[in-house]
Design a protein around this ligand. Sequence first.
Ligand code: NAD
Length: 354
Amino acid sequence: MWLKMSNGKTLGIAILGYGGMGGFHAKLISSMPELTLCGVYDIDPERNAVAVENGIHAYGSRDELLTDPNVQVVTVAIPNDQHLAECVVAMKAGKNVVCEKPVCLNSGELQQMIDCSNKNGVLFTVHQNRRWDEDFLTIKKVYDDNMLGNTFNIESRVHGSRGIPGDWRNKKIHGGGMILDWGVHLLDQALMMIDKKLVSVYARISNVTNEEVDDGFTTVLTFEGGLTFTVEVGTSNFINLPRWYIQGENGSAVIQDWKLNGEIVMVSDWENRDAVPIVTAAGLTKTMAPRTEETIKRYPLPAIETDLKDYYRNIKNVVEGKAEQIVKHDEVMAVMRLMEDIFKSAETGQIITY
Ligand code: NAD
């Protein structure tokens, strides 16, 4: 297995970059008795000072961090365009690496990172933490258990109304844009959920608040057998569409929001097609009239247990040679290639078929 084995009882981890996400990792690692947070290093001295105020050791330099023998894993939480260079330096120094998402900017860079990990015999994986999200696992269960009958359509959306953030995320050179920022999570979830061959991709992007990078996008993935999966990220949505919407032949389910408000509605009587017609000023319809309550059944969404600490528990087990990494190279590569095709489809206006 991986050559850089744990020598003590706890796994020693250092974090490169102590910004928003570096702080999140620091808290998570500190909350787990089986891990030791050895320290952090940020190129911004003010961030190192904040770390010290928070009782965390701050290294004097990146090289000091990389030569600390207690550090078995380096978590890289810096802007996207620097992931390749910093992960490669850490792996060449013999450290196992957890890289933040998106792993890097394109599949060529990713291949270099994978090659470097293989050459140096170290773990290299990506923090696809949203695999542990309750909303995702709830819809995955509805799909996996075929609760709605044959599923033919899934829609996954995240909507905000604050435009693209004003930091490095709105700069192309830093790997900004919503496809790389949020798309990477939702597309990873889609590919983790659907164990079928992807047959086509169509995408369009938006530039409402920012010309330089996409501030939102919509893509429709079609899988073998015809299942469609829409993924949408928006930053100019003052009214949000549901986080998840899924349709099977016998019912639909919805998750409205992060708080998991939602329900499952199933048909209980297919034969009873009677409906009170909806009459509008210009016409009448029975087809689109709501069902009467006696022909449907409403159910709560299934309850799911999830714990993000399992991410780092897995890292520890991998380093100790006891488990395979959960977030695998080929999965990360599949998502990266899909994002490249989404950019291509949006640029050309064409459906990409496989
Ligand atoms: P941020 O701007 O808040 O923090 C980045 C920090 O990195 C800054 O403090 C900066 O000074 C430091 N930095 C920059 N270059 C550095 C270098 N070469 N060495 C050391 N420090 C350096 O950004 P963020 O929101 O923390 O995002 C960091 C990474 O985490 C990005 O890749 C982002 O996509 C990812 N992220 C992931 C999630 C998630 O849920 N998985 C959430 C937010 C951000």
